[in-house]
Design a protein around this ligand. Sequence first.
Ligand code: KIV
Length: 257
Amino acid sequence: MKKILKILKKKNKSKIICLTAYSKNIAEVIDKFTDLILVGDSLGSVLYNYNTTRKVTLNMMIEHAKSVRQGVVNSLLVVDMPYNTYRTKNEALKNCKKVIKKTKCDAIKLEGGVKIAPIIKHLVKKKIFVMGHLGILPQSVKGKFKIKGKKIREKNQMLKDAKAIEQAGVFSFVLEGVEKNLSKVITKNTKIPTIGIGASVNCDGQILVTDDLVGLTQSKIKFVKEFSNIRKTITQGIKKYRRDVLSKKFPNKKYSY
Ligand code: KIV
């Protein structure tokens, strides 16, 4: 609860820093700098090369979140509920409880607006902290992802979705691939923080897939900025290792018993 309050208090004051993690080692490194760490179902495409997040299972999310939990001290830990695990109130409650029990995460995230508001309300009533996700919804998209909020119809629907999930009790929500003016209106008209990914600087916080920003995935998506390139660092290390093994420099006395 303390970590959620800390995030809520940042609205209109300072930006909220969020990132994804799929394993302990990455979580440990980023935890000192983040307010929120998400075990995203994007792990389906990033780690398993799936063409859709729909193939990600509850057990995959649980195993990755268990690993991430080991590396998180400071940040709020949120786990994505994968596709087809929250279709009814009972199904959602059973699966969310399972994820929370097995991973000790602080909150879960669900994709959707008006349609899933009754499910969110039910989970919140049962004392589960829920994060929302609007805009591009990878679990619902077939084919190419398209920016949301350019058409009036889309804009109006997203405003309704934002109101519905806020009223249902989410503590915050992700805006993915949303046109900048719409992000501004949504952020201004909600009391809870909006976290953008490809949704402009107008959101209360930002999230990126860590593997993208450190140059592991070599992503070509417009909203992804490569802030560092650990592929290069790994390559340098591996080259040195290979050279030293071939020349019998490694392992020398220091590294032998
Ligand atoms: O699955 C994920 O990593 C996400 C973020 C991109 C917000 O939902």
